[in-house]
Ligand binder design. Structure first.
Ligand SMILES: O=C(O)CCC(=O)C(=O)O
Length: 271
């Protein structure tokens, strides 16, 4: 599939790299949205893969009931218990995904953030996230790195919206600058979610920003950036493809969950 430049809505050129102003913002905030980084046919293709995976429950999948986040059905056997949260191993579901990730608008930007050799661990993210209307759950404030294990926490994730994303349909919120600070352990709960009951966490949470995306838009975010999302309160499912990347000199720790799956070295693809 050719990755033609997507339609431009904001005057940016999706074929270009981050500008130096964007790089400064990413460094400051720990996230950045690039509009129109995936073409309509590619998004459509991913939606077809997603629907096929959801209908057939093509493994591996994660059910809302498995995580027990607020709002999730209590078990897979209950009403709504078969609601899929994530279609895992997304990269293996269609070759078009690797092609897109290796296309210069995506890989070029990752190289700016991570250096010339960009490696994609298949153990983390590597999924189509789904947020389905009736049985979706709420994801508390967390850093993705919390259960990952690498030499350094500096991984960068790519969140590709396959449709509109906004707070009411379970779109993400991020807290700018949280990839840089250290929080005392007592400000997090046992699952390493930011405790919302603590007054000292309030200023941080009050500083949250919604991430509003349209199909083809990409959120780049640091693995230490705190983010959260609510339930989907609309009648339509929300889908996003999510992957994470590391620099060559930031390997997974031997024996950790981060080291159990193979990784891909992304090399520039066909333009
Ligand atoms: O869509 C959501 O609920 C957020 C998912 C998320 O942040 C995660 O699984 O790391």
């Amino acid at each position: 599939m050719q990755h033609e430049p997507a339609e431009r809505r904001d005057g940016t050129d999706p074929a270009s790299r981050f500008s130096s102003e964007e790089l400064t913002r990413f460094e400051r905030d720990g996230f950045l949205v690039v509009r129109g980084l995936a073409s309509k046919p590619f998004v459509q293709h991913l939606l077809e893969i997603t629907h096929a995976g959801l209908v057939s429950h093509m493994p591996p999948v994660e059910y809302e009931a498995d995580l027990q986040y607020p709002g999730a059905p209590a078990s897979r056997e209950q009403v709504g218990g078969q609601t899929i949260r994530r279609l895992k191993h997304a990269q293996g579901r269609t070759p078009a995904l690797t092609e897109w990730l290796a296309s210069s608008p995506v890989l070029g930007r990752l190289q700016q953030l991570l250096g010339p050799r960009v490696i994609m661990p298949l153990a983390h993210h590597n999924c189509i996230m789904t947020k389905q209307p009736r049985y979706s759950s709420e994801t508390g404030w967390h850093q993705d790195i919390r259960y990952w294990s690498f030499a350094r926490p500096d991984l960068i994730s790519v969140w590709l919206a396959l449709g509109e994303e906004y707070p009411e349909n379970g779109g993400l919120f991020v807290i700018p600058g949280t990839h840089r600070g250290e929080l005392e352990a007592e400000r997090l709960d046992g699952q390493l979610f930011l405790r919302t009951d603590l007054p000292q966490n309030k200023p941080l949470i009050d500083n949250r920003q919604p991430v509003r995306l349209s199909a083809g838009d990409v959120l780049f975010f640091h693995a230490r950036t705190f983010h959260a999302a609510g339930r989907n309160q609309t009648g339509e499912s929300k889908y996003s493809a999510v992957f994470t990347f590391r620099a060559e000199d930031n390997p997974p720790r031997a024996g950790s969950r981060s080291a159990v799956m193979p990784e891909l070295l992304l090399t520039p693809g066909r333009e």
